[in-house]
Every structure is written in C-alpha cells, then in structure tokens.
Design a protein around this ligand. Structure first.
Ligand code: PLP
Length: 430
C-alpha cells in the first residue's frame, strides 16, 4: 500500500519504517552513532560527491532521524523532510535556505515571540530584512513584495489571537509573483494541511504536539515539492545557481532525477552541514514515540478545548474567550476553511479583573502547569505579557494581540471534567 492511501492514524505508526533488517526489531532502533563505516574508498568518494545516497556523519543524516523525517513527510503530504535540533533552528534554516544578505522576506505579524526576535533582530544582524505585515489583509503581502523578496512566512494558528492564517489567499499571491509560502504549522498538526492550500514548505516545532510528552526539543522542515524554483529567473540563486560550497552544484539540476527535492536537499547538505543544528538521534527517537499517538491526542485536545471554551464563556469573571470556533466574521470563515476535525488545543481567556486577576488565576491553578510551552499532553497555562512576549515593546505586544490580562491555556488530554474543575477553583480565587 502506498502512503497516499493510508490514513494519519496508520501513517503515524508505520510510515518510514517496517523492521530493522538485521535484528528484525519492530520498534524503531536508536542509532546513537556519530559516523558510519564506508564499504570502500570508492563508496566513500561517491557518498561525498552525492553520486550515491548513504550515511556519512550524524550531523548531516542519521537512520533514526530518517524514520522521523519520512513519517512527518508522509503525514503532511510532502516529498521529503529534514529534522533539526529545535523549532527555532527549523525556522532559521528554512529561511536561510533562500535568503542571503541584502534579501528580504514578508512575514505575518502574528508570530511566536521567539520567531519575532529571530526575524526582527538576528536576521537583521545578518543583513536579511523581515517585512512584517498584517495577515488580516492578504494583499499586504503583495504590497510588501519586491524583486529581493525570497519567501512569505506565517503561522497557521498563531497565539494569542488564534486567528487562522489565510493560507490559500497568500499562497496564491505568492505563486502569481513567484514567491513561496512557508507555514509554521506547530499549533495545528493534522487539523490543517498547509500543502493542500498551496504552501510550498511546512515547518514544526516538534517539541509541541508532534512529540506531546514534553521530553524533547526538536524541529522539522518539510518540502512540499510543489514549487518551481527554476521558473523564477534570478529569485532563488541558492537553489538554481552554482553552489560554491559544493563544487558548483546547481541544486535544481543536481537532484532532478531524485524528484522535486532541491530545497530540502540543499538545506541538509549545505546549511545543516555548516551550521550544525542537528537533531540528536535520541531526541528523534523520543519524538517518534510521541508521534505514534498524535492522531488520538489531537482529537482529545480539540474535544477538551471545546468543553473548556463552553465553560469559560458562561463564567461571570471571564471578559472574553478566544478560540477559532467562537470567532466571528472573516476569522470564523478562515477557521472553518482551514481547520478540519477540530480547532486545536489553545484557548485564550481575558479575565474581567485584568492584570491582577490574570496573575492570581495563574498562581491558583493546581492541576494545570504554569510553563512556557504548548502542545504537551498535560494542560498548561501562561501569562504572555510577562513571559513569552515580554521582550517585545508594548506596541509590538499590542500588534501581536497580547493584552495585560490575557492568559493562554494549552488544553491537554486529561479528563475534561478535571481540567474544568481546576479552572473553576482558580477562578473562584480571583
Ligand atoms: N513555532 C511556534 C509556533 C512555537 O510555539 C515555538 C515555541 O514555542 C517555536 C516555533 C520554537 O520552537 P522550539 O522551542 O522547538 O525551538
């Protein structure tokens, strides 16, 4: 059976691995090794020249990481993937794979605070300009595009606003202008498939829902194989001009016989080789263990979150609740268009008592953890203004939708009644 015929529940358990050819182990082995014995001098030379594919050194590839890469590519409907050490590393490599000093990219303002910092400060230091635009109007991406624009970037379901990004609208503008859309789908695995709506590349912090157990930091870049890098003239010199770091290889030409994987191969054999933010095989193995139950967990996250939202909406100490299914107008339309089978596990709540109420609520929680994370199987809560978004200016916080009394909940897979009981007792103390 081909992966295309199988459902996510089956792919999460089977894609990319059947059994180990020597030990016949059914569980994926951890290949905790740095290097791999070459068969001969010729074999080694062929591997280095990319005449033959095989393992050389774990900074660039590893068989355990490879299973995770194949499994995530299959689940996402992409052609190939690259696992790296964190979500931040995934965003960094995904962008550096197309942008050099003097280039720019256009990004949604609705971003994780760490991504905002990477774009606004670290990329600026490298001479790469991030142009921030409001995703409420997809046309703002077109307006910010020029001949040095290498990509568009957005999160599917960005918190705190939880306004679903207009993926098709912006991907279509990009395809018209020859600019690929990269989507961070960290908060919406399985419930949104950005490739189905025209995205060219998808990335995740696998630290979150993909792993689910909260033991391992990781990231992945997945190539949709659906963007024509060659048709865009001079826009993508990293892919379709000779690469001085790889004896003049032109990636779009060099990998053609292997399929439309120029983007992801170049990210691996030049950027990961040089920057070195590799995934440890042990972390990849841990993330595989989590991934096997992702379809079950996502269903429970979504079901529980809807119940928590219904409870919060009827509570007199709650000023407003943010969640895709209770939004209105265009935001609701986008949620209904892009999210299928659930609206995710993230819930925003604005307490009527403002900042003090928010802090007291957080301090009063007994079951929910107060942590800087999302997508764990356990329920989590945080006050973004004083934590995840605290390095932003008040104006930047406002643009990102962070108000003083806003609390972000990441609803886990415990029994919904127990989650609600904890929230109820904490609200009683406010
Ligand atoms: N993208 C999103 C949407 C995130 O929430 C995070 C982390 O919270 C990241 C990327 C960065 O991921 P990591 O912490 O794995 O580097």
């Amino acid at each position: 059976m081909s992966d295309k015929q199988l459902h996510p529940e089956t792919l999460a358990l089977h894609a990319g691995y059947r059994n180990d050819p020597t030990a016949k182990s059914v569980a994926v082995p951890i290949h905790q090794t740095t290097s791999y014995q070459f068969d001969s001098a010729e074999h080694a030379a062929n591997l280095f020249a990319l005449k033959e594919f095989g393992n050389i050194y774990t900074r660039i590839m590893n068989p355990t990481n490879d299973v995770l890469e194949q499994r995530l590519a299959a689940l996402e409907g992409g052609v190939a993937a690259l696992c790296v050490s964190s979500g931040q590393s995934a965003a960094t490599l995904a962008i550096l794979n197309l942008c050099s000093a003097g280039d720019n990219f256009v990004t949604s303002t609705d971003l994780y605070g760490g991504t905002w910092n990477l774009f606004a400060n670290t990329f600026k230091q490298m001479g790469i300009e991030a142009r921030f635009v409001d995703p409420a109007d997809p046309e703002s991406f077109r307006a910010a595009t020029d001949e040095k624009t290498r990509l568009y970037f957005a999160e599917t379901l960005p918190n705190p606003k939880l306004n679903v990004f207009p993926i098709k609208e912006v991907a279509d503008i990009g395809r018209e202008l020859g600019v690929p859309l990269i989507v961070d789908n960290t908060a919406a695995p399985l419930i949104c498939r950005p490739f189905d709506h025209g995205a060219a590349v998808v990335m995740y912090s696998t630290t979150k829902y993909i792993a689910g157990h909260g033991t391992s930091v990781g990231g992945v870049i997945i190539d949709g194989g659906n963007f024509d890098w060659e048709a865009q003239g001079d826009r993508f010199p990293t892919l379709n001009k000779p690469d001085a770091s790889y004896h003049g290889a032109v990636w779009t030409e060099a990998v053609k016989p292997l399929g439309p994987i120029a983007y992801i191969i170049r990210a691996r054999v030049t950027l990961l080789r040089d920057i070195g933010s590799a995934s440890s095989p042990f972390n990849a193995w841990q993330i595989i263990q989590g991934l096997e139950t992702l379809p079950l967990r996502m269903r429970q996250h979504c079901e529980n979150a809807e119940k928590v939202v219904a409870f919060l909406q009827s509570h007199d100490k709650v000023a407003s609740v943010t969640y895709p299914s209770v939004q209105e107008g265009e935001a609701k339309r986008r949620a209904e268009t892009y999210l299928k089978g659930g609206n995710g596990g993230l819930v925003g709540v604005e307490l009527a008592g403002g900042l003090e109420a928010g802090r007291t609520f957080i301090d009063s929680l007994e079951l929910l953890y107060h942590v800087a994370n999302i997508g764990d199987a356990r329920s989590l809560a945080i006050h973004p203004a004083s934590t995840t978004h605290s390095q932003m200016t008040p104006e930047e916080q406002a643009a990102a939708g962070v108000s003083a009394g806003y609390v972000r909940l990441s609803i886990g897979i415990e029994h919904a009644d127990d989650i609600i009981a904890d929230i109820e007792q904490a609200l009683a103390k406010v």
